[in-house]
Design a protein around this ligand. Structure first.
Ligand SMILES: [Fe+2]
Length: 164
């Protein structure tokens, strides 16, 4: 029995937190509470940085044996998610939003929600990794969390050294 974290359970638990955060952002926008929406987005930015980093550095390369070139598409999808998160953060940096801005921020949040739903599907494939692969995923996921680089910071620095 390993004392390591369960990388699939943690992966899915992150998705639940992001799902709930995004839905709370949408609710806050509906209530015109931009400050609250901004706070939640800030928490998500901190939380998903390590998650994305783990996916791109460890999980996606490991999934290549099941998914082949589709993995490259997953990376491109992350490009879009990072771009959308930036748009969302830019909008929520304001203290008040007009109807159009609020609608744009809600649309951005929905795009992020769709990504969460897609990403969680990778768990069903991850279940087929052997114990050695699973242990490696657990170690690397823990490393990414320990490093704790927020999403937008990671995208502007570390990610740029190997994507594009
Ligand atoms: Fe994910």
């Amino acid at each position: 029995m390993s004392s390591k974290m369960d990388p699939i359970a943690e992966f899915r638990e992150d998705h639940r937190k992001v799902r709930d955060g995004i839905l709370s952002i949408t609710e806050a926008l509906r209530a015109k509470d931009v400050k609250k929406a901004r706070e939640i987005l800030g928490e998500l930015n901190t939380m998903v940085g390590p998650h994305f980093r783990y996916e791109e550095e460890v999980l996606y390369p490991a999934l290549r044996k099941f998914l082949g070139e589709y993995v490259d598409q997953l990376i491109r999808e992350h490009d879009n998610v990072v771009g959308t998160a930036k748009v969302c953060a830019g909008l929520l940096a304001k203290d008040t939003l007009n109807d159009k801005e609020s609608e744009d921020a809600s649309q951005a949040a929905m795009q992020l929600l769709i990504h969460v739903s897609n990403c969680d599907g990778l768990a069903i494939l991850s279940e087929r990794f052997n114990q050695k692969e699973m242990d490696n995923l657990a170690d690397k996921f823990a490393d990414a969390r320990k490093a704790g680089v927020p999403l937008l910071e990671w995208a502007e620095t570390i990610r740029k050294t190997y994507v594009r």
